[in-house]
Design a protein around this ligand. Structure first.
Ligand SMILES: Cc1cc2nc3c(=O)[nH]c(=O)nc-3n(C[C@H](O)[C@H](O)[C@H](O)COP(=O)(O)O)c2cc1C
Length: 321
């Protein structure tokens, strides 16, 4: 059995809204991070950007993730955010062309000096720890990941999360856990391994391969926040009963969906839960009769109605299970 390490819910734009992050915590995630938010928007006080970095006292630590290639905007953002944040995470991992074209996200990995400069100035402006999330370089030209991690450690970065793919790979192929291990062995700060952890078996394999100080889970947690409990249960890290009581998949899904609705109605004003439809699809993915049920959601614009339609479907599933 592998030693217990913190489990992180990966930042995922359009998925990890505040209600979902709180739900993931209730399901066993130790640390959550907001989706990436542009320093250009935050530093200009754009309200849609600030909405992405909302938190709640139950989200401890609160870690907003920011990105940008403009140092003044990054520093201004750090100065504004740090009053509310416990840690600020900087994204050098996003492969989206829209982000990379603007010299931000993973595109910056081709310029280690710039990455280091951005981080140095953010650290100088910050009273809270700065962490970084990155990929294994751009995949074109020399691999800069190891060098960048060592230099970031020297600058005072508190923790680095490495997604074991290059920018060029985007989400294709397999995450390279061997390269993550090389990074783990070449720095003293905690390195969090990310990429392709989808259950307890892959969590154990990833920890054995990387020796990382934590695991971050992205796609495996979409629609399935129970993954955090399941990993801890199956690896013998917890003896606690799950919050949904009975250890039954249908019961767990129904509990999670109802809890997501409850948290959303607590946190957002009517119709402000922009990800509800997406979660409705992912929470029911692969379940019997789910595609038919999802078609029936198309015409529904009222969020309460959408929420109850999915809850009803899951209740029927529990009854028949
Ligand atoms: C829909 C989606 C949105 C994402 N948004 C972000 C983001 O905002 N910030 C970030 O650092 N990574 C983002 N990622 C990357 C994930 O955090 C993670 O690094 C990647 O999915 C690999 O982990 P996995 O194999 O566990 O999914 C996103 C991934 C997905 C699938």
């Amino acid at each position: 059995m592998v030693k217990a390490v913190p489990l992180f819910l990966a930042p995922m734009a359009g998925v990890t809204d505040l209600a979902y992050r709180l739900l993931a915590k209730e399901c066993g995630a130790d640390i959550t991070v907001t989706e990436f938010t542009a320093a250009s928007g935050l530093s200009r006080l754009a309200s849609h950007s600030w909405m992405k970095v909302e938190s709640d006292p139950r989200e401890k630590p609160f870690i907003p993730q920011i990105f940008g290639g403009n140092i003044d905007e990054m520093v201004a953002t750090v100065e504004m955010l740090q009053e509310r944040a416990d840690i600020i995470d900087i994204n050098f991992g996003c492969p989206a062309p829209k982000v990379c074209r603007n010299d931000a996200g993973a595109a910056l990995l081709r310029e280690p000096d710039r990455v280091v400069d951005i981080v140095r100035q953010c650290i100088a402006a910050a009273d809270v720890p700065i962490t970084v999330k990155m990929r294994l370089g751009t995949g074109g030209g020399p691999n800069t990941a190891l060098e960048i991690c060592q230099r970031l450690e020297a600058e005072g970065v508190a923790r680095i999360c490495v997604h074991g793919r290059t920018l060029r790979q985007r989400y294709s192929g397999e995450a390279d856990w061997t390269q993550i291990r090389e990074i783990v062995e070449s720095v003293d700060i905690p390195v969090i391994a990310n990429g392709d952890v989808i259950d307890a078996a892959s969590a154990e394999a990833c920890l054995q391969a990387t020796k990382a100080g934590g695991l971050m889970i992205g796609r495996g947690a979409i629609g399935r926040p129970t993954i955090f409990y399941e990993i801890k249960r199956d690896l013998g890290w917890t003896k606690q009963a799950p919050p949904w009581g009975e250890d039954n998949t249908a019961v767990a899904r129904l509990w999670c969906w109802n809890r997501y609705l409850e948290l959303s109605s607590e946190l957002y004003e009517d119709d402000m839960c922009k990800n509800l439809k997406r979660h409705a699809v992912s929470f029911t993915k692969g379940l019997p009769g789910a595609s038919k049920m999802r078609v029936s959601l198309h015409g529904i614009s009222d969020q309460k109605e959408l929420g109850s339609r999915v809850a009803e479907y899951l209740e029927n599933l529990v009854e028949s299970s």
